[in-house]
Design a protein around this ligand. Structure first.
Ligand code: 4NP
Length: 146
């Protein structure tokens, strides 16, 4: 199955880029993956330095990432739009056209865990970033069997 996935978080500098780069590393030959934020504040910035360092230590090079707000993307290119948490889901439900709502689901639902959120690590510790990478790898494991 060839699918196109869009991961969405608040700033597009921590969580959704981690999901993008971990997924591309493992599944890039089978899926198109991209990420975006709901904030415009970080447009053009690289990923958060903590995210880049921890991802690199796990073998994922995110140094080329540049943050992008979701409003810059053509959503028709994506089969699934995957917010990291309920707050982001609510924002997308109230700001995106109704015609794309059926493509929205919480990202960890795809890993068989419908209530699980990917918690924002921005004000957190190194462990919080590690948890995000662990969750992205669990998603990849689940998608490998799709
Ligand atoms: P992300 O993390 O949504 O995982 O990229 C954040 C990035 C920036 C901010 C908050 C969370 N911020 O408040 O600027």
């Amino acid at each position: 199955m060839s699918q196109s996935l869009l991961f969405v978080c608040l700033g597009n500098i921590c969580r959704s880029p981690i999901f993008e780069y971990v997924s591309r590393f493992h599944l890039g030959d089978r899926m198109h993956v991209q990420s975006a934020g709901i904030l415009d504040a970080h447009r053009g910035e690289g990923a958060d330095a903590r995210a880049v360092a921890i991802a690199l230590s796990r073998g994922y090079d995110m140094r080329l990432h540049r943050a992008m707000p979701i409003e810059s993307l053509d959503l028709d290119l994506f089969d699934l739009i995957l917010p990291m948490d309920r707050r982001t889901m609510q924002y997308l439900r109230s700001h995106l056209p109704v015609k794309v709502h059926h493509r929205l689901q919480l990202v960890m639902n795809l890993a068989g865990s419908p209530a699980e959120e990917v918690v924002d690590p921005y004000y957190g510790s190194q462990e919080d970033f590690v948890r995000v990478i662990d969750q992205a790898e669990r998603l990849v494991q689940a998608l490998r069997h799709v």
